[in-house]
Design a protein around this ligand. Structure first.
Ligand SMILES: [Zn+2]
Ligand SMILES: [Zn+2]
Length: 143
């Protein structure tokens, strides 16, 4: 597990270097924090876990940079808030997300192909899809 998070951080750093973006110590720390997280995190959660090292603006700005470089995948919650998860190129998956505690299950299966084929048959081009399933996890739905 440790080795896997190291690999994710290394891959992300390589992407930053390849794009001529500077690999700063804060960026390195933020990538590590994301890699070691057990679930996708909001900017507020990232800030909280950094133990005061980063303010919210710094977290937002860097997540925006990471998103542009496709280092992170974002999950848009029903509230409009975004969660961030480290990803590598070509890694395509979906999530089931608890709308209360943000516990997240990764879905390795994808139904998007069928939807995109349909969109294509209706003349749409440059297709992409985002599919997330929201619900209440077992813990959060207990009375
Ligand atoms: Zn929950
Ligand atoms: Zn998909």
């Amino acid at each position: 597990m440790k080795a896997q998070s190291d690999n994710l951080v290394e891959a992300a750093l390589e992407t930053l270097k390849a794009s001529t973006l500077r690999v700063t110590e804060p960026r390195r720390a933020l990538l590590r924090l994301l890699a070691e997280a057990e679930k996708p995190l909001s900017c507020e959660e990232i800030r909280a876990r950094s133990e005061g090292e980063f303010d919210l603006v710094t977290v937002y700005r860097n997540m925006e940079v990471f998103r542009e470089q496709n280092i992170v995948q974002t999950i848009l919650l029903e509230s409009g808030k975004q969660l961030f998860e480290l990803t590598v190129e070509g890694d395509h998956h979906h999530h089931i997300i608890c709308r209360s505690c943000h516990r997240t299950l990764r879905l390795e299966l994808c139904f998007g192909g069928e939807l995109e084929r349909y969109a294509s048959s209706r003349g749409f081009k440059q297709l992409e899809h985002k599919i997330e399933v929201f619900g209440l996890c077992e813990t959060c739905s207990e009375d």
